[in-house]
Design a protein around this ligand. Structure first.
Ligand code: BGP
Length: 464
């Protein structure tokens, strides 16, 4: 068996900074956050300049893999698909640095930063973006595929499209079900198109997709709840995982969507392509489960807490005629309303393995906390406890026969959290934003090093 991958995950926009450097073109996030005058990733953790230090710290922390994304706006300059050699060289250096430290790169092609010139033409609502994406993917395979053997097409297409087109708190900031369906569909089509390019020309590695995985729990075992649970499974998980892994959009999801949406964009040739070009593995980002009950009353309501303790408890999800999300009162929550429920990771891995039988990587897992970035050493007991419980869940699932091949902490160092800013910290290494962006390992960094060294044996175990 191959070595288990232990690492951390980042996204280009959230950590690189250098937003005007190296011929990088404007991204959808630059425009959206600048126009709204919100905290942005112009500088972020300055990984663009400090990647060597960051990767060295990963190595010194015992990690053997790094999951990062390639910024499309650094690589493709315009509609004609012109390649930016300065951007290519940046990622060449980053990848070579990983390899020189014995760190396996896992590369995400799209982690939400779209060139604004494509957003201007409708972005993911425009079929032509699928072609542009395929070109971008091909350039990446060509230029980096000799050294990168683990690829993922998209990071969390569901979370991205729901936030951008249904909730409206991410660019382009719309609230429209039809657009949500269109964008999700084109992203899944583009994913299959990239898999095809990979299979046809560069097939000496593996290609997967990363999903924001929320295993669904029903409030009870009534038939009504089980029906609502099925709707919620389709809503949260199946329309990404079923398509990526099995090449099928669930029929009952299509039925339900057809009641209020125009599905004529779904062409037979697309569906054939999706059926044929499924992924080699699944990347699951796990933060929390969802508990649901049957829909009772009210309009569709989606409220996400991007303000942490200022708005604790404000999150709400009602999908009219589908289901409502419940917030179990006796559970634990972060300041941003994310439930802390490690058993959900165990349960989710088992369900996924049973249903899809594809290798699984936990591509993100972590907890956002308020911390003092200037402290000598942050004693992040809560993060250590959180990671202990979640790695325990992964080990339990592996012992029960699930094929899990890696675990990535979100994140190896502090970075910009979408819409939440830099106050919401996830890193194993603190970044002092007020003071020259100095890096200082937190206690969790040392703790994780020990976990990796002992191959998980230092984890305090609890069987479910
Ligand atoms: C995932 C994203 C990451 C990261 C993480 C934490 O959905 O893939 O990019 O941001 O969640 O979320 P947040 O920053 O909103 O707390």
């Amino acid at each position: 068996m191959k070595e288990f991958l232990w690492g951390g995950a980042t996204a280009s926009y959230q950590c690189e900074g250098g937003f005007r450097e190296g011929n990088r073109v404007q991204s959808n996030w630059d425009k959206y956050l600048h126009e709204k005058n919100l905290e942005n990733g112009d500088v972020a953790s300055d990984h663009y300049h400090r990647y060597e230090e960051d990767i060295r710290m990963m190595k010194e922390g015992g990690q053997n893999s790094y999951r990062f994304s390639i910024a499309w706006p650094r690589i493709i300059l315009n509609h004609s698909g012109e390649v930016n050699e300065i951007g290519v060289n940046f990622y060449n250096r980053l990848i070579d640095t990983c390899l020189s430290y014995g760190i396996v790169p896992m590369v995400t092609l799209f982690h939400w930063d779209l060139p604004q010139y494509l957003e201007d033409e409708g972005g993911w609502l425009n079929r032509e973006t699928c072609e542009a994406y395929t070109h971008f993917a091909k350039v990446c395979f060509e230029r980096f595929g000799d050294r990168v053997k683990l690829w993922t097409t998209f990071n969390e297409p569901r979370y991205y499209t729901f936030s951008g087109y249904l909730i409206g708190n991410y660019p382009p900031g719309h609230q429209n079900l039809q657009e949500t369906v269109t964008a999700s569909y084109y992203m899944m089509l583009a994913s299959a198109m990239a898999v095809r390019v990979y299979r046809e020309g560069y097939n000496d590695g593996q290609i997967g997709i990363v999903h924001s995985f929320s295993p669904v729990y029903g409030v009870d075992m009534t038939v009504k709840s089980q029906i609502a649970k099925r709707y919620a499974e389709n809503f949260y998980n199946n329309w990404i995982l079923d398509v990526a892994a099995m090449g099928q959009i669930p029929g009952d999801l299509l039925d339900k969507l057809a009641e209020s949406c125009d599905l004529s964009l779904m062409l037979p040739a697309d569906l054939e392509l999706m059926q044929k070009y499924t992924v080699d593995f699944l990347g699951l980002n796990y933060y929390a489960r969802v508990v649901i009950k049957p829909y009772e009353t009210g309009e569709t309501t989606l409220i996400v807490n991007n303000k942490g303790s200022q708005e604790k408890g404000s999150s709400q999800t009602i999908i009219k005629d589908w289901f409502e999300q419940v917030r179990p009162v006796d559970s634990r929550y972060t300041e941003w309303d994310t439930e802390i429920f490690p058993e959900g990771l165990y349960e989710g891995i088992c369900r996924c393995w049973k249903k899809y039988h594809l290798p699984i990587y936990i591509t993100e897992n972590g907890i956002g906390l308020y911390e003092d970035g200037g402290a000598e050493q942050i004693d992040d007991k809560e993060r250590i406890e959180f990671m202990n419980q979640h790695i325990n869940a992964v080990l339990n699932a592996m012992e029960d026969g699930c094929d899990v091949r890696g675990y990535y902490a979100w994140s190896p160092f502090d970075l910009y959290s979408w819409k939440n800013g830099t106050d919401k910290r996830y890193g194993l290494v603190a970044v002092d934003y007020e003071n020259g962006l100095t890096r200082r390992p937190k206690k969790s960094y040392e703790w994780y090093k020990e976990v990796i060294k002992t191959e998980g044996k230092s984890i305090r175990r609890k069987q479910y």
